[in-house]
Structures are given as C-alpha cells and as structure tokens.
Design a protein. Structure first.
Lengths: 440, 451
C-alpha cells in the first residue's frame, strides 16, 4: 500500500478495472478497493455476461477476436485479453403469460452474426486483474468503502481501518452505489422502483430454443414477474433469473411454482440448481453530471439500473482515460478539458442517445399492458414476424413500438377495448406507469 | 494469385505501424508493406522529435513514460514501448540572420520543471521503428519489406495492390506512405490540392557543436541565398549530438549555399560550427500540398502525412494511424455483420474536425512564410530586436503562429512609429498562403516529378 495514490477506484467490476487499466497504462498510481475478498467471485445475480457483437451500442462496436482471444472495441481502440469460454447466441425469444412468442433474430444460426456473446464473468475479472497487474496498481480486496473526506487537493477514502489518499476518486461500485448515496447524489435522481432478483445456474434445462436468450413475462399471485434464461458460456448450464418490481413476492416459492407450472414444466423437468444468487437493486434515473469534487462516477453507479456490460466497460475505460488526462493537465499546468469532454460524451451517448425510459420499458411491459390477456393479444399480433436481431433493450423497445404503431388500425377493429388500454398507457412514461402501479 | 487480407497497409512509418497495431489487436488479418528492405532503417532527414509534449496536440496528450519506457497518448488510450534514449527539448528559439532571438520558452526556466517543462522530446527513430515493429508482429500482422507499391486497383468489394512483382488484396487499404505519397497520387487524391512549393532538405547528424543551449530546438533564417533558407537544429538523444537540417521551399535557394551561410559565413552562427563533425548525412525532398479534405475513397483510407500539408509531425501521424487502423477494424466488422457503415465516416469527420479545421494548414505554412513576407534581412533583424519577453514554451507549429500573432499585436504601435513601411509587408500575412508563397511556388516551376 502506498502513502498516496493518484486515483482511488472504488469497485473492481468491469468498469472499475478498466478505469484502473487506463490509469496504470499511463503510469499513474491507482488503488482499487473491492468489498469482496475475491474480486473474481460472482456473488450476486447478474444477467449481464452478454456482449453484443452485431451492432453499435453506446457508440462502439464490440468484437471477440478469436485468433488472439481478446475482447475488442473498435471505435475506442480498446482491447484486452479474455481467455475464457464463449458461446454465440442467435435469437431472443420473448414469451407472454399465455406463451405467445415474439422473436428477435430470424434464427439462421451461423449464417447471421450472433446477437450476443455469452462469456464467463469470473474469467473476465481474472483476466482483467492479470492485465492490469503492475507496480502502479494495488488491488485491495476485502476492503469496503465506508466514507470520504475532502481536503485541499486530496480526497481521503476510508475503508474501515484503512485510509487511501488520492487526488481523484473513481466510483465504480455499481448499481446501489454506496459512494453515490453517501455523497448525496441520489437526492437529485428519481427513484423509480426496486428490482428484486433471484437467480441460479441450472443444469439439465431443456430449452425451447438452443443458443438463444429466453425471456418470459408471467404473473405470480397477480403480480408481474419476469424470467430470463441465458445460456452460460461453458457447457450446458443456464443462468435462470427471476425478477420482479413488486415487494412481497416470494421469489423462492415463485421458482418452485414456475418450474412446475404446466407452461414451463417441460423445460425444467430435469433441471437442477447448481448455484444460487440474489440481488435487490434500486432503479434510479441516471446521473446527468457524473463528475463533482474530483469524484467521477462510472459504470452502473451512475446509470439507470445498469449500462449493460458493454456500457460499464466503455465508461470505465473512458472515465479512466479522462482522469489520466486531467492528471496530466495538472502536471503541465494547462487548461483542463478532458473531464468536460468525458461528461459531454456521457451526456450525448448515454443520456441523450439512449433514453432510460426506453430501457425501463422492458420491465414495464406487464404494467403498460396491465393484464395477461392483453399481453397475450399484443404478443400474438406482433409475433407473426421476427424482429431484427438484437438484444439491446433500447433498440428492441424502438422496434416493438414501431410495430405496435403499425398494428393500431387492426387493434382498433378487432379489440377497441384493448386499444383504449394502450392509448392510456402509451402516452405515459414507463417510469410513471410503473410508479403508479407500484404505489398501489 | 494475390494473397487476401482484411487490410493492406502501405508504408511502415509511425502512422502505418500504429494503424497495423490497432487493426492487428482487433483481430484483422493485416499485411504491412514497406518499400525499404529494412524497416528499422531511417534513410531520410527527419527531426525525430515528438512535438508538443507540454500541451494538447490533435486533441491528445502525448508523453514519454520514463519509468515504463513507453510513449503514450492519453486521450486515445494507446501507448507503445520505446526502449531507446530520449533527450528533452526545453525550448524553441528562432534566430534572425544577425542573431536576434525569438524565444519560445527560456531553458533556464523550463529546465526547473523537469519533464513537464519540455516542449518536445527527441528520440531515436530507428529504435522507435524497431520497437513498433515488434509490437506489430506480436499483434499478428504480416510484414513485407522491400515492396515498392506501384499499382492500386480499387474494386467494388476489395482493393488490389501490386509492386515489386507481388500482389496483395485487401478489403481495405490504408495509405501511410507519407508526404509525396504515391498511393495518394495514383488514386487521384491529389486532384484539387493546392501545390505550394517543395520542401527541400539536407543535413547531418553532428557532434561537437558549440551551441548557446544544447537542450533546445534552434532555428535560423538566411536571406543570403537566392531564396530564403532555413536551418533547424534538433537535439539528439546522444550526448553531444545534434541533427542539423538546412531547408528551403524554393530550389533556387541552393541548399549548399544555405549550409555555407550558417556554417562558414554568418559571424553569428559560424562559431557554433567551428569544431563540428558530421557523422551521418541525410536529405529529403517533399511536395507541400494543401491537405486532402476527403481522406477516403474507393476503399482507400489515408493516414498520417499522406493526406496532410507536408506533415502532421510524428505525433499527428501516430494518432491518425491508430485511429485509421481502428476505423478499418470497425468497417470490417460492419461488413461482416451487414450493418450500416459509420467507422470510416467517423474517422473522416475526426480528420476534418481535428486537423483540417483546428490545425489549419495555412497556419502551419506561416512558419515558413516569415522571410517571404519580411523580405529583407534588416526587417527580420529589426522585428526580432523588439522582442523583450519570451513567448510561451512551445514546439507546435500551429500554436506557435498564434503566439507570434499575439506578440505582433503588441508590437504594432512601435512598428507603426518606427518603421511604418514594414507594417504593409506584415499585413501580407493575412493573405492566402498561395499568394504569400507565390514566389516560392514560381521558383519550383517547372514542376518536376520527385521519385
């Protein structure tokens, strides 16, 4: 441990580690604080071991360089080794409560680019830790951030008994960021809902579709529950995630009921849990200005729930470079610009081009269409034809909205009652609809 | 049969090497072609300095990481190993013929600031080439030296390159063959560019110079030749060694005469050279064109000096090479997955916004225009005699012109009073460079093909 660092990074997830990489590569001293004893051990439910290799997302395009086993982001020129397994996924199937299906991607495996690459997050973290290992980086595992004190030119980050002095702090402690909460930045954000999550890795799952992302919206005791089934990178294990925005749903009981439910029973007949996780996440509107008092918020810490892995990686990397440039600006005594440029990028790319309301719509489907019967009807209508290949929630919502619009005349004829429901909800923000329903 | 690649790069200078590294790391199949048989050998005159290590250049901060022995570009997030020696350049001083000085920084001040006081960094380009070549090969790039590319054929979905009896096919081609780029000429990129003049240069690595400051960049100007002549002295990263270049835009100047003025005739400069020993002689001849505004067509993307007004300096060449390689990596992905292209368009937009607009080539040329505007020795001696305060430490042609402009504004009242006629000459600086340098352009006619 050094007496003083240039930067303290809080959180050793993808965002924090890439920020550390950016700084260390430029010769700056970095302390990375991680609450967990083992940064590579995944201890909570996480669906985002997926990266999109078939489209631009947050202004960059991801690509797995199989020859050299590297993850590459062509626009920002970022690449780093990933030695673990990967699996290409080609479709996204979305089921309604009555098992009506919408599909993203037309399903021609190998002929089209995959919509997602499933990777192993443990290996990713291990590889990143190896990649950044050098004299400039101290990764302090089992070090839980507790407090921050601001002095002239120095921030002291306290973690229990330990204290880290540095010029800048990068907060990459994810959704529910304690740094963001302690600094009071959440008071300007809108709290929309809580996300209650349970997940498990399962073996023996019989998927209705191979190499696909499977999601379903269903109801447990009349409360909306979402299922995500994601193939793991290695072997035939799947990551099964059950989530809800409703407090008071017993997700453990829900697991048993869903897996025995006639609709899904065939899938889960031989399924066995190998590992279990849980999470509770607060869904806030994103932070608009992620830099204040020499603290930069990157990754999910400043986002609406999450930026997906690609977004977390890019903001970590770019945020780290911005702080490196700021340190250089100070050293040279020149007009600062790098952090302002980063904030512009964040604002233009994340806040303006990717609207968090679109992101929320994916969790809002049950609330917007309100009743199982309506969801079934809409899915049935829209599912006739597959959608372009994507699992990017922002783009998917745009595609769904576009098709729904074109089906309006038909709905008006067939089901004027449903049109009324849609007219009522589609004019509202997803956050408002969710908020209203959840308050009740 | 031509071998097929995602990307063919012509030219293994700083720009081509960094394009190759970026594309190779992104997993592209890349071949890098170089005319010279030994890529690591430098066979023409080059100042071998990184410009502007004390300020932004092309919106990036370039620096030497002394501890890690690497050269880094913070904003673009790339760096590469350089294990050779370096020498900081702590100021840039321009001398008028009689020895009056226009100082960009005072070394006695900047030295106190250590590395952050340096305006530029001298390195050994042959070592830099070796280091970059190693990284490029590690990134999976195939390197072919001794290939003098003579033909380029753009097709709908690929581009074919031939030379030295061999042929290569790529989905894309990056032309990084520098100033006087043959690819740019063959592919028609030079149409519509303004020809200003040549930049003719001869010089040598020298030892035992007796300089006022051994750790700064020095320039001198002479009028004693049929056309203005320039001298640049660059520190070299070896004790007591410098690189001395004599330059002219206009072939009438006669570089031998330029050299003789500084080394044997001028009472001010000749003492610097009294004991000088030349260790290696080098030369170069370049065209000065206005920059290419659209650096992409027919699957050919220009990087580095290839599309620039004379040169982007090594710093700019490296940045544009890295970005060009990344842009092609994006383009190859786009093609493979069948989505709308934007990687190359983003590069072109960056080129226009960062280079064409923010670093106007006219400003770059003004650095050579001073003796064409103030057309007598006496004018320049007088102007420099008025400079009482040092200008900000700077080794960046675009920024330097800005500093000179500010200085002039302060001097105008004095000049108006003392030499009103000179003001009219100075006013010429506001004219387009094609007019200011018309005399040099005429001096280059009839234009010859430089091989």
């Amino acid at each position: 441990m050094k007496e003083r660092y240039d930067v303290t990074v809080i959180g050793a997830g993808p965002a924090g580690l890439l920020a550390a990489k950016a700084l260390a590569q430029n010769g700056f001293d970095v302390a990375v604080l991680e609450r967990k004893q083992d940064p590579a051990a995944i201890t909570r439910a996480c669906g985002q071991s997926l990266l999109p290799p078939n489209e631009y997302f947050f202004g960059d395009i991801f690509h797995y360089n199989e020859r050299d086993k590297r993850f590459c982001f062509s626009v920002s020129g970022l690449s780093f080794p990933y030695t673990g397994p990967v699996k290409s996924l080609y479709n996204w199937h979305m089921f309604s409560p009555g098992m009506k299906k919408m599909q993203f991607g037309c399903g021609e495996e190998k002929k089209t680019a995959p919509i997602a690459l499933s990777y192993d997050k443990d290996v990713l973290i291990k590889d990143l830790l190896r990649d950044i290992a050098c004299d400039h980086v101290d990764v302090c595992a089992g070090t839980e951030y507790t407090d921050m004190q601001f002095g002239p030119g120095t921030i002291v980050v306290k973690a229990g008994e330990k204290a880290f002095q540095s010029s800048f702090v990068i907060a990459a402690d994810g959704t529910n960021s304690r740094v963001v909460q302690k600094l009071g930045y959440n008071s300007n954000r809108r709290h929309i809902a809580n996300l209650y999550v349970q997940s498990c890795f399962i073996k023996g799952f019989k998927p209705p579709h191979d190499n696909a992302i499977i999601t379903a919206v269903t109801f447990v005791d009349e409360k909306p529950v979402y299922l995500f089934l994601l193939p793991r990178a290695e072997g035939d294990e799947w990551n099964f995630i059950i989530l809800t925005l409703e407090a008071g749903v017993d997700l453990t009981a829900a697991y048993d009921r869903i897996t025995k439910d006639a609709r899904f029973a065939a899938w889960f007949k031989a399924a066995k849990k190998t590992k279990e996780f849980a999470a509770i996440e607060y869904i806030y509107s994103p932070i608009q200005r992620p830099f204040r008092n020499n603290v930069l918020i990157v990754g999910d810490a400043g986002a609406c729930q999450e930026l997906e892995c690609l977004g977390a990686m890019l903001t970590g990397w770019k945020g780290g470079l911005a702080i490196a440039a700021a340190l250089k600006e100070q050293e040279l005594g020149i007009m600062p610009r790098a952090i302002a440029q980063y904030e512009d990028w964040w604002l233009n790319t994340y806040i303006k081009q990717y609207d968090y309301q679109d992101y929320l719509s994916i969790f809002g489907i049950a609330y917007m269409f309100s009743k199982p019967e309506v969801i079934d009807y809409v899915f049935g209508l829209m599912g006739d034809e597959s959608f372009p290949a994507t699992f990017n929630p922002y783009r998917a919502v745009g595609l769904l909205g576009g098709r729904l619009q074109s089906l309006m005349p038909r709905i008006m004829q067939e089901r004027p009652d449903i049109l009324q429901v849609l007219a009522g909800t589609m004019s509202l923000f997803p956050s408002d609809i969710m908020g209203q329903t959840l308050k009740k | 049969m031509a071998k097929k690649y995602d990307l063919v790069i012509v030219g293994a200078g700083p720009s081509g090497l960094l394009a190759a590294k970026a594309a190779g790391l992104a997993g592209l199949s890349v071949v890098l072609l170089e005319r010279k048989s030994d890529i690591t050998r430098l066979d023409r005159m080059c100042g071998q300095t990184l410009v502007s290590v004390n300020d932004y250049y092309f919106d990036d901060l370039v620096y030497y990481n002394r501890q890690g022995k690497s050269i880094g570009f913070i904003k673009n997030g790339f760096s590469f190993a350089y294990d050779g020696p370096v020498q900081g350049c702590n100021a840039w001083h321009i001398y008028s013929p009689c020895g009056n000085r226009m100082p960009f920084g005072l070394p006695e001040e900047t030295r106190k600031q250590g590395d952050s006081g340096m305006v530029g960094l001298a390195y050994d380009k042959e070592i830099l080439f070796r280091c970059l070549l190693e990284e490029v090969q590690d990134a999976g790039v195939e390197v072919c030296s001794g290939i003098d590319v003579s033909g380029v054929e753009s097709m709908k979905d690929r581009v074919k390159v031939s030379g030295s009896g061999k042929a290569f096919e790529g989905s894309y081609l990056i032309a990084a063959d520098g100033t006087n780029s043959r690819i740019a000429r063959v592919c028609g990129f030079n149409e519509g560019r303004t020809f200003y003049s040549y930049l003719l240069c001869r010089g040598s690595h020298m030892r035992k110079l007796d300089l006022p400051d051994p750790d700064i960049l020095l320039s001198g100007i002479t009028y004693r030749t049929p056309a203005p002549g320039f001298m640049f002295i660059f520190p070299r990263p070896y004790e007591g060694e410098c690189s001395v270049a004599f330059l002219a835009l206009d072939p009438r100047a006669d570089l031998e005469k330029v050299e003789r003025f500084f080394t044997h005739e001028s009472p001010f400069f000749l003492p610097w050279f009294k004991n000088a020993e030349s260790t290696r002689q080098l030369a170069s001849a370049q065209y000065i064109y206005s920059p290419v505004k659209e650096p992409y067509k027919g699957r050919v993307l220009l990087a580095g000096d290839t599309g620039a007004c004379q040169e982007l300096e090594n710093t700019g060449a490296m940045i544009s090479g890295w970005k060009a390689g990344s842009a092609i990596a994006a383009a190859v992905r786009e093609d493979r997955i069948g989505i709308a292209s934007r990687g190359i368009a983003d590069y072109v937009q960056w080129w226009k916004a960062t280079y064409i607009e923010k670093c106007p080539h006219e400003a770059y040329l003004m650095n050579f225009a001073l003796p064409y505007v103030l057309d007598t020795e006496e004018d320049l001696n007088y102007l420099f005699s008025l400079i009482k305060e040092p200008l900000p430490p700077c080794w960046n042609p675009y920024a330097a012109i800005g500093h000179i402009g500010q200085l002039m504004q302060g001097l105008i009242p004095t000049i108006q009073e003392e030499r009103p006629a000179m003001l009219q000459k100075l006013a010429k600086m506001s004219q387009p460079m094609s007019q200011v340098l018309a005399e040099a352009t005429r001096g280059c006619a009839p234009r010859m093909e430089l091989k």
